[in-house]
Design a protein around this ligand. Structure first.
Ligand SMILES: *Cc1c(COP(=O)(O)O)cnc(C)c1O
Length: 362
């Protein structure tokens, strides 16, 4: 705290990202990165951009990337006017909070969801109300209907639970709240969910946000995007052009565009992650864990007899990092990223050993 800080900065609660350890030998299963590398076509396109042209500003519109995303979704009536791109989907979400969710009425999101949402509410002074998930950690659409809302946002699949809301339920929510913007944060949808992008043409209040960080293995490049009615996109562009005209650098535009065009690599790696997820779920269940059904590249699991924080600390001692959140309803869960099969096996082996020797907590 300092007298030089503005009142809003004094009151902020910044988001805490998962640890990015400096040691490289660790088995890193804490931030939902993809264990497989990006498309070789993306790497080649990034390398090709590293030349004299870097003295010039990038395309402020990132037209090549918007064109590739529009083309990929053309069958759903998507044009470049329906596409917004930003420096990671976190930036896209931040702009959306300011451009589309900052109204008199409080916005709604689940009590357990992406912990960046309350942070953006603090930054942009957006009033919010959390809606409890059902006891099985699923979103109950009825709880969001027939109630005043300045907007609605939720991840699908949800984070950190991994639970998927079926597309028919997403549509019921979007159709049932036609006077407020509904943002579906699809950071993990490529690992087993149905995207809401096909609904965009029919619902002018729907904004779908996705990222290149997870399924496209480009977390280090920082690229995310939104697809929605052109009026929503224009609002995002107005904020972006009042903040930073060049959020995507030349390498990011080239790499992300090439990645979109490599469907083979995309499908091979996401299917590998999904297969490993099923093995990890089976392995954890065999060790006595309760594992929530996951449609993401991570699982959310608790052990009936062992404290989650202690398990996370014990695994850390073995050089295996998983994520633990201390908020009340989920304090006994571990969020474990699906890694390579070797990384998943290392986790299961370590847990098996510790569950035999650690005294039970409950
Ligand atoms: C990872 C994640 C994001 C942010 O992704 P970036 O594009 O890397 O900023 C957004 N929402 C959810 C739910 C996530 O898990």
């Amino acid at each position: 705290m300092s007298k030089f800080w503005s009142p809003i900065v004094s009151r902020l609660t910044p988001y805490t990202p998962g640890e990015q350890p400096k040691l490289s030998k660790l088995v890193k299963l804490n931030t939902n990165e993809n264990p497989y590398g990006p498309s070789p076509l993306a790497l080649a396109a990034i390398a090709a951009e590293a030349d004299d042209s870097l003295r010039l500003y990038p395309d402020p519109e990132a037209a090549a990337l918007k064109g590739a995303l529009a083309e990929q979704n053309a069958k759903h009536g998507i044009t470049t006017a329906h596409v917004f791109v930003g420096n990671g989907s976190d930036e896209v979400l931040a702009h959306a909070f300011q451009a589309l969710l900052q109204h008199e009425e409080a916005i709604l999101f689940p009590d357990i969801s992406y912990s960046f949402y309350p942070t953006y509410c603090g930054l942009y002074q957006v009033a919010h109300r959390t809606v409890p998930l059902a006891a099985d950690f699923t979103v109950r659409v009825d709880d969001y209907l027939n109630t005043a809302a300045g907007g609605i946002i939720f991840p699908n699949p949800n984070a950190p639970t991994g639970c998927l809301l079926p597309l028919s339920e997403v549509e019921r929510l979007v159709a049932g709240q036609p006077d407020c913007v509904v943002i579906v944060d699809e950071a993990y949808v490529d690992f087993g969910g149905d995207s809401a992008i096909p609904l965009v043409a029919r619902y002018p209040n729907l904004l779908v946000v996705q990222t290149f960080s997870k399924s496209r293995s480009l977390a280090g490049l920082r690229v995310g995007f939104a697809i929605g009615h052109p009026d929503l996109i224009t609002a995002l562009e107005r904020v972006k052009n009042s903040f930073n005209s060049y959020p995507l650098d030349r390498m990011a535009i080239a790499g992300a565009t090439a990645s979109i065009k490599d469907q083979t690599h995309f499908d091979r790696t996401r299917l590998a992650v999904m297969a490993s997820r099923e093995q990890m779920v089976a392995g954890l269940a065999a060790l006595g864990f309760e594992v929530l059904p996951s449609a993401a590249n991570f699982v959310f699991a608790r052990h009936p007899r062992h404290d989650a924080a202690k398990l996370a600390a014990t695994l850390r001692g073995d050089g295996i990092i998983v994520r633990h959140f201390s908020s009340a309803r989920i304090a006994q869960f571990l969020r474990i990223t699906v890694g390579t099969d070797d990384a998943c096996q290392a986790l299961l082996d370590a847990l098996q050993l510790h569950l035999k020797t650690l005294p039970a907590d409950f």
